[in-house]
Design a protein around this ligand. Sequence first.
Ligand code: APR
Ligand code: ZN
Length: 251
Amino acid sequence: MLGEIDFFVSKIYASKRMVAFTGAGISVESGIPSFRGESGIWDKYDSRNLDIEYFYSNPDKAWSVIKELFYDNFGKAKPNIAHKVLGLMQQKGFLKSIITQNIDNLHQEGGALIVHEFHGNSKYLVCTKCGLRRYISEVNIDFLPVLCEKCNSLLKPDFVFFGEGIPREAYEKSFNDARNADLLLVVGSTGEVMPAALIPSEAKRNGAFIVEINPQPSNFTNSVTDLFIKGKAGEVLLNVAKQMGLMLENI
Ligand code: APR
Ligand code: ZN
């Protein structure tokens, strides 16, 4: 792995517009299981609860699964070394932006400055009628389904449900940054979900060198990846940070 890391670091130093594309795997070391793979979230929970039609027709049931999954279980997760290294790389000017499929807010909490949230953010709730938007800690979610304090309509987490479109601004900024990247780092994604999974090939088509970090091969590995670094995000990125002399406080 170390030879690959040296080569990756040389690519980072030579890059003018490096972008990162992350999936659930980067948050696994924060205690949030991935969706797919062994003991994935979709093995335990029915993804139907995150289907927008089902949510509107069964708000009680959907909200009780969503509360257990995203708030009771994973709501207290903290950023891990991988989030902090990407945050530091961005603060030091090595990384232009992070395009994430994740809704856990951990890139921001890990120090990232520019994050395009392709699937939204679970830390905010939004009213399905009047558009009121509240940070999760400002809302009491003990009484389900969660209703709007202003118009009493249904509140929903501000992430993209199955059957919903991608937020326009996140979509445009993500593809734009991918098209202009000269180096794209892909971390912790199977590449199973569209249209997010098109982002690495968009970068590749426009000349970017693709580096992938994942303990397992993914849909990207034999199609767009130029350098595959087999390993966990935290371990690999800690080695990258050490190689670059990036000091990580209180890791
Ligand atoms: N470090 C890096 N990668 C890891 C780690 C780790 N410690 N542990 C697991 N992985 C990898 C797995 O090998 C897998 O390739 O993370 C990936 C997780 O894949 P998925 O669970 O499919 O996550 P993702 O690709 O982000 O899913 C995309 O699917 O359900 C929807 O909206 C949801 O954003 C999500 C989308
Ligand atoms: Zn409202």
